[in-house]
Design a protein around this ligand. Structure first.
Ligand SMILES: [Zn+2]
Length: 385
């Protein structure tokens, strides 16, 4: 067991030549998980909200929590971290676990539920881990500076909070050359999927905006189509043909452990589909997503030239770096996307890039690193399948 003074000292004097922290030894992630457990067993919505906010603040830290411990063993002020969360944080730093949280779980009578959530947090990176993977020059894989554009995001036309022009401005600010707006298809009314009439209006607006930004940025006409349980995609071929980028993704039957290989094979063999979006449909601490024979899915995707997505939404991180290594072996292309629903979330692409680096994805196989004309030619070729 360490004293907090020792924790603070260790942080300030890293061993010379120490390897960057691996995702397996991520104190921020460990503490985030304890705070999420504590949130889950609160009676009052207000304290649940408070601990969730504290957990999110730890998730978003740009540096390891150890670097916030002062020489006297106190914790430097972190926004949204109150005294109760601070006690848990210091306890975990000192002992590696939290008796306070364990006791709260026992008292709540919800130990089984908490145990289930704990099993659904594997290989999610915190912001500090994302930073470490981006900065680690020993990793091969796409660098931020070679990333030219983001291929999954949502606007006010479906369930997003950003206008088309917000997306363009956000993309330009991040140094991108293009982005695809991929609102939900009409088959997903729960996410305000766009009708074909609305899509035609959206395309007219995209044409207008592309005229304005000609030479500096291109917004691509995309869609996130829904993969039904039977493996078909919820749009007709003549409808898909109106689009420049088609992401197909599962949004239902994500809590069953029944094998869904056939469902995903159906999607990747559908003419016009370019990207298999968040292939598992997993959610941090909440659902496992699709079970499938992944090598078979990746082999089919590689044959069909469908890119496997790494979705950078922090709660998704789908697929993760371990599964992505399998897809690398199968020869797959990759799409590294933010799945942003608002402009600040365009930064989620960095989480996807971090997983790709940890997986050793060659940047030549990342479609987001391709020049626009190559990207569009690839997307079009999906009709020759
Ligand atoms: Zn989706």
């Amino acid at each position: 067991m360490l004293t907090l003074q020792e924790v603070a000292r260790k942080q300030r004097e890293p061993a010379p030549g120490a390897a960057p922290a691996s995702p397996e030894t991520d104190t921020n992630g460990v503490i985030e998980a304890w705070l999420r457990d504590l949130a889950a067993v609160q009676q009052s919505p207000q304290s649940r909200w408070g601990y969730k906010r504290a957990a999110a603040a730890i998730h978003d830290l740009e540096a390891p929590i150890e670097s916030f411990v002062e020489a006297d063993g106190t914790l430097r002020k972190i926004p949204h971290i109150g005294p109760a969360s601070t006690r848990v944080i210091l306890e975990v730093l000192r002992t590696g676990r939290s008796e306070i949280v364990e006791q709260a779980i026992q008292d709540s009578g919800r130990a089984a539920d908490v145990e289930k959530r704990r099993g659904l947090r594997q290989r999610f990176l915190t912001r500090t881990q994302v930073r470490a993977a981006l900065d680690n020059s020993g990793l091969r894989g796409p660098a931020i500076k070679s990333y030219r554009g983001d291929l999954q995001m949502h606007s006010t036309w479906s369930d997003g909070g950003q206008s088309l022009e917000d997306i363009i401005r956000g993309g330009v600010e991040r140094g991108y050359q293009y982005c695809a707006v991929t609102d939900h298809s009409y088959g997903l009314p729960i996410a305000h999927g766009v009708s074909m009439e609305a899509l035609a209006e959206q395309h007219a607006e995209i044409d207008r905006l592309n005229e304005t930004y000609r030479g500096s940025f291109r917004l691509l006409k995309g869609i996130e189509a829904n993969i039904r349980v039977d493996g078909t995609v919820d749009m007709e071929p003549h409808e898909l043909r109106r689009l420049e980028v088609v992401v197909a993704a599962p949004h239902s039957a994500l809590r069953t452990d029944a094998d869904q290989t056939a469902r995903l094979l159906g999607a990747v063999s559908t003419p016009g589909v370019n990207i298999l979006g968040h292939p598992r449909g997993r959610m941090y601490g909440s659902r496992p997503g699709v079970s499938a024979d992944w090598p078979a899915v990746f082999a089919a995707a590689a044959r069909a030239n469908v890119a496997i997505e790494i979705d950078g939404d922090p709660a998704r991180q789908d697929i993760d770096y371990l599964l992505a290594r399998e897809a690398v072996k199968s020869g797959c292309l990759f799409a590294l996307d933010s799945d942003a629903h608002d402009t600040p979330e365009l930064a989620y692409a960095e989480t996807a890039i971090a997983h790709a680096r940890l997986a050793g994805v060659p940047s030549s196989r990342v479609v987001n690193c391709w020049p626009l004309d190559r990207l569009l030619a690839w997307a079009k070729a999906a009709w020759r399948r």
